[in-house]
Design a protein around this ligand. Sequence first.
Ligand SMILES: *[C@@H]1O[C@H](CO)[C@@H](O)[C@H](O)[C@H]1NC(C)=O
Ligand SMILES: *[C@@H]1O[C@H](CO)[C@@H](O)[C@H](O)[C@H]1NC(C)=O
Length: 427
Amino acid sequence: MVNMTKAIIFLWGIALLFCSIINVSRSLPAPGNDVKVIDVRKYYHKPTQEEIEYDDEYVPGSYHDAFAEAWDVACRKTTGPVKILVPKGKFLLPPIMFSGPCISAKPIVFEVEGTIIAPTNPSLYPNAEWITFADLDSLVLNGNGVFDGQGGVVDPETKASAWGVNDCKTNKNCVPPSSNLRFERVQNSIVTGITSLNSKWFHYHVFMCNNFTATDLHIIAPKDSPNTDGMHLSESTLVNVANTVIETGDDCISIGQGCTNVNIHNVICGPGHGISVGSLGKERTDKSVVGVTVTDCTFINTTNGARIKTWIGKGHGEAKNIIFDNLIMNNVKNPVVIDQSYGSKKKRAPSTSLWKISDTHFRRIRGTTTSSVAVSLQCSSKNPCEGVEVSDIDLTYVGPSKTVALTSSCANAMAKFGGKLTTGACQ
Ligand SMILES: *[C@@H]1O[C@H](CO)[C@@H](O)[C@H](O)[C@H]1NC(C)=O
Ligand SMILES: *[C@@H]1O[C@H](CO)[C@@H](O)[C@H](O)[C@H]1NC(C)=O
C-alpha cells in the first residue's frame, strides 16, 4: 500500500515536471536567432567605374540595388521568419517597389531605424511613387526611422523643389510628384513607429488594402506644403489609424472613394486641413464610402476639423454610416463641414451633387473656432442629406473679431440637432 502511494506520487511528479517543461517552452519568446536578419548594408557594394559608365540611371550613393537584393533574399529566398533591417544611418533610395507574394514565414518584417532619403531629381521618378509595398500579406513595417521625401529641397540640376513646381491647384493636368509610401493590395499588415517627413505629395497612399493598421506614426511637413495629405485611403477596407501625430499641409487623413470600415482613433492633427471623408465624385467611377469612425481626435490650428466633401461632379455614390465623436478643436477655422460642392470656385455654391450623404453623426465636439459659422452642412439639392445628427457642439469663438455669435448654416441638410449647442441649430 505504501509502495503503491509512493509510485503514484512519483508518477504525479513526473507528470507535473512534463507539464512545466511544456509550459516553459510555450511561454518563451521565439529566440532571436530564429529570425533571419537581413541588413541592407550587407548588400551594398561600391559600383565599379565600368558599372557607372554603363548605367544610364546611375545615382551616386544610391542604395537601390542593396535594398532590392535584400528584399529579394528576404521575400523570395527565405522560407523561415525574416526581418529586413535598415540600421541607423542615411540611405539615399531612388524609387523602388517591394512586392510579393513572399515565401518567407508571416509576417515579413521591415524595420527602419535609419533615415531613408528620396532623390530630388524628378527625372528619376517614372511615376508618382517613391516607395511602394505591393501584393503582400502580413507585412510589418516598423522602427524609429524616417522616410524623408525632401519635398522642399531644391534639386541642384533642375533648380526647383517638388513643392516649388507643384501647380496642381491651378493646372488640372498637372503631373503629381511622388507619395512617400504607397501600399497597394497589402493585407493583414501593420505600420508602426516610423516617421514620414516632407513628402513631395501624399505621405501615405493606401490603395486596395484590406486589414491595414497604422499606429504610433509621426507625419511631418510644413503647413504650406502642397498636397501633402498625411494619409490618403482609397478602395480599402478595414483600415485602422491610431495614436498618430500628423502635422502637414493638406488633409491629415483623407478617406477616398471605395473605402469601407475605416476607424481613426486618437489622432492629433495640425497644422493641416483636418480629417476628411472625400473628396468623392470627382470621377464618374468613384465608389461609395461606407462605415467610418473618427473618435477621440484633436485638431490644432487646422483649416477644417470633421469634414465630408463631394464634388458636384458626374457620377453617383453614397457616403454613409459615418461617426465623428469626441473631438477637440483648438483654433480650428471650420470645425464641422459637409461640402457637396467641393472644388467649385464659388464659395458655398448650391450643390446638385449626385452623391448621397446619410446616417452621419457629429457628436461631442468641443474647443475653439476662428470663424463664426462653426457648423456648415451644405448638402445637395438633388440628393438632400438624410439621417444627419449634430449633437453636443460646445465651441467658443477665438477669431479676429471681438464678439461673434457662433452659428450653424445648413442647406438641404435635414439635420437633427441636439444636446448642448453653442452654435445654435439650423431651423
Ligand atoms: C488583421 O491583420 C492582423 C495582423 O496580421 C491579424 O492579427 C488580424 O487577425 C487580422 N484581422 C482580420 C479581421 O483578418
Ligand atoms: C497654433 O497657432 C498659434 C497662433 O497662431 C501658435 O501660437 C501656436 O504655436 C500654434 N500651435 C501649434 C501646435 O502649431
